[in-house]
Design a protein around this ligand. Structure first.
Ligand code: NAG
Ligand code: NAG
Length: 379
C-alpha cells in the first residue's frame, strides 16, 4: 500500500499535475467526432417532421437501444462520483438505490407503460390532464418538473461531467460546463429523441467497457475481493481526531441491509421508503417514460426494461467497489478526516470521498498515466 500512495508533501494536491499525452487527446477527439457522427446519422435517419418522429424517435426503436438509453439516462457521471464516493465513505449500502431501481424499471414496462399506451399519452402531465380534466394540474406538474430537472439533475450531471473534464484537461470549470451544455443542446435540439437514444447507446457501451477495465485494474491492485474485504477496514487516515469515530471505516461497510435503528441506511427505509421516490422516478419521470414509449411495441419496451435491469446489477461492481478500493489505495486523501487537511486536498472541508473515482481513473489507468503508478505493480 505504501508504494502506491503518492509522496505527501503537506499541501498535497489531490491530483498530481499530470497532463494528457498525445494519445489521450487523439482518443478524446475521436470520441467527440464519433458521438457527433452518431447524432448526425440518426438525425438523417429518422423523420423529424412530426411530433411522433421528433419526440418519440418515430416510435420505431427496438429493445436494445431503449434499454441502453434507459440506463444511460439514469446513470451519468454523477453516479460515478457519488456511488464511488459513498462506497469509499461508508461501504456498499448505497447500492440499495441501484438494486431498488432495478425492480422499478420492470414495474414501468409491466404496469405503467400499458396504461400510458392505451391512454395514448406521451407525457405525465398529459396523462393527468386526461385523467382529471382541467389545465391546472397539467401546468403545475410541467413547471414543477422543469424546476426539479434544473436543480436536481441537469446541474448535478453537468457539474460531475465538468469535474472530469477539469481534472483531465485542466480546463476552467465554467468553460467545461458551457462546452457540455452547448454540445448536448446541439444534438438534442437538432436530432430529437432518436439522436439522444443512439448517442446514449454509444455512451453506455463506452462507459461500461471503460468502467470494467478500471474495475479489473483496481481489483488486481488490491489483491482481489479478499484484499478489499480485509484492507478496507484498516484504511484509516493518519491524521484524525482521537477518541472519535471520525475517519474510521464503518463496521457494517459490507452490509447492504443495515441496523434499523442507528445506522446510516436502515433496512426498512431501504425496502419501503426508498421504493416510493424510486417508483416515481422510474415510472413517471419524463426522461425515462419517453424512452420507453419510443419502443416499437410493448414487447420491445419490456425487452428494453429487462436489459436496463440487467445492467443495473453492474454499478456495485464498477462504481462502489472501485470507490472502496480508492479509499484503500489513497487513504489519507480520500478518507481525510481533518477539516483543514481536507480543504487543502480537495477544497471541501467536510470530506474528500467525492474524489474517489476520478482519483482512481487518473492514478490507475495505464493510458494517460505518467508511467509511475502502473509500472511498479506489474513489475
Ligand atoms: C482518549 O482516551 C484515552 C483513554 O480512553 C485517554 O487517555 C486520552 O486522553 C483520550 N484522548 C483525548 C484527546 O481525549
Ligand atoms: C412487437 O414487434 C415484434 C417484431 O419487431 C413482434 O415479433 C412482436 O410480436 C410484437 N409484439 C406485440 C405485442 O405486438
Amino acid at each position: 500500500m505504501e508504494t502506491t500512495t503518492p509522496p505527501s508533501n503537506g499541501t498535497a494536491d489531490a491530483f498530481p499535475k499530470k497532463s494528457l499525452e498525445a494519445v489521450d487527446i487523439v482518443v478524446l477527439v475521436l470520441y467527440f467526432i464519433f458521438v457527433m457522427a452518431v447524432g448526425l446519422w440518426s438525425m438523417w435517419r429518422t423523420k423529424r417532421g412530426t411530433v411522433k418522429g421528433y419526440f418519440l424517435a418515430g416510435k420505431d426503436m427496438v429493445w436494445w437501444p431503449v434499454g441502453a438509453s434507459l440506463f444511460a439516462s439514469n446513470v451519468g457521471s454523477g453516479h460515478f462520483i457519488g456511488l464511488a464516493g459513498s462506497g469509499a465513505a461508508s461501504g456498499i449500502a448505497v447500492n440499495a438505490y441501484e438494486w431498488n431501481g432495478l425492480f422499478c424499471v420492470l414495474v414501468l414496462a409491466w404496469l405503467f407503460l400499458p396504461i400510458y399506451l392505451s391512454a395514448g399519452v406521451t407525457t405525465m402531465p398529459e396523462y393527468l390532464q386526461k385523467r382529471f380534466g382541467g389545465k391546472r394540474i397539467q401546468i403545475y406538474l410541467a413547471i414543477l418538473y422543469l424546476f426539479i430537472y434544473i436543480f436536481t439533475k441537469i446541474s448535478v450531471d453537468i457539474y460531475a461531467g465538468a469535474l472530469f473534464i477539469q481534472q483531465a484537461l485542466h480546463w476552467d470549470l465554467y468553460v467545461a460546463v458551457i462546452g457540455l451544455l452547448v454540445i448536448t443542446a446541439i444534438y438534442t435540439v437538432a436530432g430529437g429523441l432518436a439522436a439522444v437514444i443512439y448517442t446514449d447507446t454509444l455512451q453506455t457501451v463506452i462507459m461500461i467497457i471503460g468502467a470494467l477495465i478500471l474495475m479489473v485494474f483496481s481489483f488486481i491492485k488490491v489483491g482481489g475481493y479478499p484484499g478489499l474485504e480485509e484492507k478496507y477496514f484498516t484504511a484509516i487516515p493518519s491524521v484524525r481526531a482521537e477518541n472519535t469515530t471520525c475517519g474510521l471505516p464503518r463496521e457494517d461497510a459490507l452490509h447492504l441491509f443495515r441496523d434499523p435503528v442507528d445506522s446510516d441506511l436502515p433496512w426498512p427505509g431501504v425496502l419501503i421508503g426508498m421504493t416510493i421516490p424510486s417508483l416515481w422516478y422510474w415510472c413517471t419521470d419524463q426522461v425515462i417514460v419517453q424512452r420507453s414509449l419510443s419502443a416499437k411495441n410493448l414487447s420491445h419496451a419490456k425487452g428494453g426494461s429487462l436489459l436496463a435491469a440487467y445492467i443495473k446489477f453492474l454499478p456495485l461492481f464498477i462504481m462502489v467497489f472501485p470507490g472502496m478500493i480508492s479509499r484503500i489505495l489513497f487513504t489519507d486523501q480520500v478518507a481525510c478526516a481533518d477539516p483543514e487537511l481536507c480543504k487543502s486536498i480537495c477544497g471541501n472541508p467536510s470530506g474528500c470521498s467525492d474524489i474517489a473515482y476520478p482519483k482512481m481513473v487518473i492514478e490507475i489507468l495505464p493510458i494517460g498515466n505518467t508511467r509511475s503508478s502502473c509500472h511498479h505493480h506489474i513489475a
